[in-house]
Structures are given as structure tokens and as C-alpha cells.
Design a protein around this ligand. Structure first.
Ligand code: ASP
Length: 327
């Protein structure tokens, strides 16, 4: 090989090593340990702070959700499977603002957003504004795995999901009794709203994944897309740094690229996940944004950060689980 060709090859590899994910398909972390973290939304939670039995119901649901992902990871499953399956359960549970039980848009319908991302080469998929797809997180995964695109929205996303064999349900399926009383109200009428769901995981092979699913903000304008299906805003995963899922007023998370920023600061500033997340949430707060994040890095360190009184959250590290609501 000529010296020139050799330097070109060298240049290519040093450049690709700086790109997202594991471009050289090399494991960064070959261990037998795993970590999974979930959130069920952040908010004021006035009503909940006074109601112990309701808190118990939420904690039970969070424990159930984390156990789903935990057993997949414990048995050597992928972080992507753990994230998708855990979120599917939360989409099925009307306690959360995702899938069944989602909040209403100003048109009185449930417009659902979701995204998923793999830390391996930063593959990602997302759907926005879907109204008949039972599991938006699985539609997001199908976009990632079966198309060359990242984000499909509304009717196109619904037709794609149908053709991909995903379960389609009538619009009324999402309208649970509890949320019906909210119909027609706006975000300002509902200071106690919460419930977007998210999951981040590190599997035993050292691969990260993140996913987020939501009905968005209640009373949102018809056609509004939040941060949850926007890669880099509500969701991000890169095996070279961390996996992040966000919840809160989505417009701030989009404008400040919150999920990507946490990963980028780790890479560019060589700081820890904890330091990076703390900086990003401090700046979010300074800029009047509200909400929170969950994140795990490629060594299994994890963090929760939020500037609201509460955030539904749980983690499991090698099977050791804990569930929290308030600070
Ligand atoms: N971030 C979501 C959105 O703006 C809402 C939430 O997390 O509560 O659509």
C-alpha cells in the first residue's frame, strides 16, 4: 500500500471513530451488567402529593414497567427490545399520557408522538400525530428498521404502520374515562398534567437505546408535534456517550436540543453524565423551560434530573430496583 493510500485509510478510520455510535462495530463495554431507567412524566403533582393511595397505584405501575425491561436485559436481550417492550406496557396503561389514556388536543382527539433510537450507529425512528396506532413506539421502531427515513407523521405514518402489520385501533380506544373529563380544556386548566413515558437502557453487550412516547400537551393545537418524536430533542442515544429520554414542555426541549446536548457535552467536554445533565437542566431552568430527563451512560451510570416538584421514575441496575415520584 502506498504511503498516500495508507494515510487516507488512517484518516477515514480516525474520522469514523468520532462519528455517532460504534462505527467500527466494536463493543465499548463487554460486561455482564445492565441498567434500565424509566420515567412517566414530570409535573407539579399537587393532587398526588395529598393522595397516598394514588401514589401507590403509580408506583406499582412503574415497578411493573421496569420489571419488563429488567427481565429482557437480565436474559441477555437487547436494550432496544427492553426499551420498546417497557414503553408498550406504559402505552397500554391509562395512568400515563401515552397510547391509551393520552391527553386530548384542542380538537378533542389523541394525537400521539413517539421515537426510539439505538446507540449503535445512531439509528433512529419516530412517528408524530398518529391517532389509530395502538403502540406508537413500535411504529417508531418499524420506521427505524423498515425505512430509510427517521420521522413519519399523521396519515402517512398510520398507513405505514398498518402495512408494517402493527395493530390499528379506533380513535376511541385511546379515550379513557379519566381523561374524558379533560376534553376541550387547555393546558392552563390542567396544572397537574403529567404522564409522557420514556425509557433508556444499557444492555449486557454494552449497547444503549432510548425511547419516548406521549400524547403531548393537553389542549395542544391540532397538528402540533412536540419534542418526544424529535431525535436530539426528546430522545437521543449514542454508544459513545449516553442514552437520554425527556419530558416537559416540548418546545423548550426542541429549541435547546436537550437530549443531544447532554450527549454532546460529555463527548466534547469530557465530563461525566451527571455533570453534563446537571449543566443542561440548569440552563433549561435559566431559560424558563420545565421538565426533566432520565439518562444512562455506556458504563451504566445513570441519572434523573428535573426542575418540577415531581417526576415518575424508576431504575433497575443488575436487578436492584427503586421507584420514586417526588424529589
Ligand atoms: N414533552 C411532551 C410534549 O411536549 C409532553 C410531556 O413530556 O409532558 O409533547
Amino acid at each position: 500500500m502506498s504511503i498516500r493510500l495508507f494515510s487516507l485509510v488512517l484518516l477515514f478510520f480516525s474520522f469514523s471513530a468520532r462519528l455517532c455510535g460504534q462505527t467500527l462495530s466494536k463493543k465499548l463495554n463487554n460486561t455482564t451488567s445492565y441498567t434500565i431507567v424509566i420515567h412517566g412524566g414530570a409535573g407539579v403533582m399537587h393532587a398526588l402529593s395529598k393522595d397516598a393511595s394514588k401514589r401507590k397505584v403509580y408506583k406499582k405501575a412503574l415497578l411493573h414497567a421496569i420489571t419488563i425491561g429488567d427481565s429482557i436485559l437480565e436474559n441477555g436481550g437487547s436494550s432496544l427490545d427492553a426499551v420498546e417492550k417497557t414503553i408498550r406496557y406504559m402505552e397500554d396503561n391509562p395512568l400515563f399520557n401515552a397510547g391509551r389514556g393520552a391527553v386530548y388536543s384542542s380538537k378533542g382527539i389523541n394525537e400521539l408522538d413517539a421515537s426510539i433510537m439505538s446507540g449503535i450507529n445512531c439509528k433512529a425512528g419516530a412517528v408524530g400525530g398518529v391517532t389509530i396506532v395502538k403502540h406508537p413506539i413500535s411504529a417508531a421502531r418499524a420506521v427505524m428498521e423498515k425505512t430509510k427515513h427517521v420521522l413519519l407523521v399523521t396519515k402517512g405514518a398510520e398507513e405505514f404502520a398498518k402495512n408494517a402489520g402493527l395493530e390499528i385501533v379506533p380513535k376511541t380506544y385511546f379515550q379513557t374515562r379519566k381523561r374524558n373529563s379533560y376534553k376541550g380544556k387547555t393546558e392552563l386548566d390542567l396544572p397537574d398534567k403529567w404522564g409522557t413515558v420514556g425509557c433508556v437502557a444499557l444492555d449486557k453487550s454494552g449497547h444503549l437505546a432510548a425511547g419516548t412516547s406521549t400524547g403531548g400537551l393537553s389542549g395542544k393545537k391540532w397538528g402540533r408535534i412536540g419534542d418526544s418524536p424529535i431525535i436530539g430533542a426528546g430522545t437521543y442515544a449514542d454508544d459513545k456517550s449516553c442514552a437520554v429520554s425527556c419530558t416537559g414542555i416540548g418546545e423548550f426541549f426542541i429549541r435547546y436540543s436537550i437530549a443531544f446536548d447532554i450527549s454532546a457535552r460529555m463527548k466534547y467536554k469530557h465530563i461525566s453524565l451527571e455533570e453534563s445533565a446537571t449543566e443542561v437542566i440548569r440552563e433549561l431552568t435559566d431559560n424558563k423551560g420545565s421538565g426533566g430527563i432520565i439518562a444512562v451512560d455506556n458504563k451504566g451510570n445513570f441519572t434523573f434530573r428535573f426542575n418540577t416538584p415531581g417526576m415518575f421514575r424508576a431504575y433497575s441496575k443488575n436487578g436492584q430496583k427503586e421507584v420514586f415520584i417526588f424529589k
